[in-house]
Unconditional design. Sequence first.
Length: 282
Amino acid sequence: MSEQNAPNEFVLYQYDPSLPAAAIFTMLFFMTSALHVYQLIRTRTWYFTALVLGGIMEAFGYIGRILSAQQTPDWTLGPFIMQAMLLLVAPALFAASIYMVLGRIVLTLNGEKHCLIKKKWLTKIFVGGDVLSFLVLCGGSGLQTNSDISVVKTGERIILAGLLIQVIFFGIFMLVALIFHLRIRRDPTHASLSSNLPWQKHLCVLYIVSILIMVRSVIRVIEYIQGFEGYILSHEVFLYIFDGLLMFIALAIFNWIHPSELIPGKRKGQNITRGDVSMNNL
């Protein structure tokens, strides 16, 4: 166990990182990410690339924790930076793909009139917020590696701002998705009635995965409000339950119910047709 440290001394971990836990989650994220790579190439759902990259980042983040666990108690900055930054920002890439899935559903069902945001802006607005959150989180994570505790505190505040941006945009997104769902059920479009695409199933998947990401982000917000020596950041179990486990479940759900079903003409081994919705429309 790490020793008590001077008030102005920055310590990389408030606990001894678990090697078995890090190894298990490294394996889990590599497995789900490898399956996603196969599904991505096989179905050509390129708009899901960000999610796949996020899964790979999660896996390498836990490799960083493996390295830190092997160094206990003489931790070095490299593995700490690797795990802190990758695990913090990876879910932002999950969110980017989720935004694109909603855009695909709206376009496929010709349901723009039921969406609060015009289709040409839908993905751009939310992905733009996601990119902003991603950059802010990266900047804050970089400051947390400084030996000056005051700089570390500044990094915590920047990370908190990035997480709040993520929560706000994601909360608005969930509201937009729910309103769209309610409106199109009340006033269906011809495409929503005649299409054999399981769009309602995929909207339900979006709700479930969105809730998982939202819970993770809210816990992270509380974590950084408490500070580096707070209860959550001082106990490793919270990282694995409210971050690692939730994000693995999110990826596994998309392995099971893959959005490739939303691509017209690609189901049951068919080829993509000229009438498909293109990435340019997202």
